[in-house]
Ligand binder design. Structure first.
Ligand code: NDP
Length: 433
């Protein structure tokens, strides 16, 4: 706390991980003696930079850019870029820290990083978005590369922004280096299923958790928050698994559609019209818009928070429990507060933390890197099969680790322990660096 003042999100993430891995440290004193803990909470490198750009009225604007390269012990730094006005060093550090263990848990050769800017894309023209992305990459490019650091999208960074960022990197470096960015368009080096992967993966993870209790998603009501990339494909896959998603949200409030969210209408509002969520009710007049609130007050069997950190607190968790929730799979990063997680676990609700439940996105990014390196293209069906197998692997690693350390059914302990063990063994092997 004294070393990282004014970084509450980073402190929250570190506390959660270190608290839950106590049984691992007891079983492996060499991790403590080898100074793993002191090193693992300190990023290998933090980059902060000025991003000056000109808006449509000719006015100069200045934003702040970040890239926190947390760990490259398992592979090149890997993690998304977030453009949102709330972005600061604490948020990027918490996301980078989480990413290290998530990436380890996928079993692939990728390190952990995160980056972004306090730039707000809402209400900006396409030309302004392009100029901002070009200005951002004009500085960041020197720290990236397919063997060094490979960014991807996150909040506010979707297909359009990735295109502009990649284009600027290619121009400055004079290299068409496909493997330096993931989430690219499928026509120019992107992988099938990357766009869908995080949302699909969270639903696969929920299905795996339910399967342990002989249950499934079939016939269940689902609450989803957010209405961006993760939320849309979580809704899509929930339908394919026989469930009915009934909510979606953005920072203005949420919609509830008891007949089931009309995915076509939601995509029209959010991806084409780039409107606020209440516009959905113009397409579906029977649906309700609830301003300024979150969807956790709607009675459901399954909850998939897919918007942002700390969007589901302890009172929200009690509301979900009272409404009969059986499983929570985090599509977003750290959406549930520590009080909410404890409430779910006390009530016996299956709880899949983001580090495990949303790992499908970065795992598919690693598949994109493999395809770029070998100049191959795998089909949608093949890639989705791989994603499903990876999510089963992530689930089983977390489940087995929790059991091994005497916390059967606790996916927080399981995911943190399995990810940490892999990183810690690699750090010990590679010496004091
Ligand atoms: P998008 O930008 O596509 O969508 C974000 C959604 O969350 C929007 O509906 C947005 O609403 C809402 N949201 C963002 N900030 C807030 C806030 N402060 N309060 C309320 N709602 C908010 O992002 P993604 O779908 O890509 O990301 C969602 C979450 O999933 C994030 O936590 C991200 O880190 C995580 N994640 C994403 C991965 C990916 O592959 N994309 C991979 C792994 C995790 P509004 O427009 O009103 O801001």
């Amino acid at each position: 706390v004294t070393r990282n003042p004014h970084e509450p999100e980073f402190q929250q993430a570190v506390h959660e991980v270190l608290f839950s891995i106590a049984p691992v440290l007891d079983a492996h004193p060499q991790f403590v003696d080898g100074g793993i803990l002191e090193r693992i909470v300190e990023p290998e490198r933090q980059i902060m930079f000025r991003v000056p750009w000109i808006d449509d009225s000719g006015r100069l604007r200045v934003n702040r850019g970040f890239r926190v390269q947390f760990s490259s012990v398992l592979g090149p730094y890997k993690g998304g870029l977030r453009f949102h006005p709330s972005v600061n060093l604490s948020i990027i550090k918490f996301l980078g820290f989480e990413q290290v263990f998530k990436n380890a848990l996928t079993g692939q050769g990728i390190g952990g990083a995160k980056g972004g800017s306090d730039f707000d894309p809402h209400g900006r023209s396409d030309a302004e978005i392009m100029r901002f992305c070009q200005a951002f990459m004009s500085e960041l490019y020197r720290h990236l590369g397919e063997h060094t650091d490979v960014p991807a999208g996150d909040i506010g960074v979707g297909a359009r922004e990735i295109g502009y960022l990649f284009g600027q990197y290619r121009k400055i470096t004079n290299r068409h280096e496909s493997g330096m960015f993931t989430g690219k368009g499928v026509q120019w080096g992107g992988a099938e299923v990357r766009t869908e992967a995080t949302g699909y993966g969270a639903v696969f993870f929920a299905q795996e958790m339910l399967g342990v209790r002989g249950d499934s998603l079939d016939g269940k009501r689902v609450a989803v928050s957010g209405s961006g990339n993760v939320a849309i494909y979580a809704i899509d896959k929930a339908y394919q698994m026989g469930a009915t998603p009934v909510t979606a949200s953005d920072s203005s409030g949420y919609i509830v559609d008891d007949a089931g969210i009309d995915l076509g209408a939601l995509r029209q509002v959010k991806e084409i019209d780039r409107e606020r969520i209440h516009a959905y009710t113009a397409h579906r007049p029977h649906a309700r818009f609830i301003a300024g609130r979150r969807p956790w007050e709607v009675p459901v069997d399954i909850a998939i928070p897919a918007a942002t950190q700390n969007e589901l607190d302890e009172p929200d968790a009690h509301a979900l429990i009272a409404g009969g929730v059986r499983a929570v799979a985090e599509g977003a990063n750290m959406p549930s507060t520590p009080g909410a997680v404890a409430a779910f676990q006390r009530a016996g609700v299956l709880f899949g933390p983001g580090k495990a439940a949303n790992a499908g996105g970065v795992a598919t990014s690693a598949l994109e890197m493999s395809q770029n390196a070998s100049r191959q293209r795998w089909s949608f069906a093949d890639s989705e099969r791989k994603l499903q197998a990876i999510m089963k692997g992530v689930h089983d690693s977390a489940f087995e680790a929790a059991k091994r350390y005497g916390h059967e059914g606790d996916y927080v302990v399981g995911a943190n322990s399995a990810g940490f063990e892999r990183v810690a063994h690699a750090m010990l092997a590679q010496g004091v660096i």
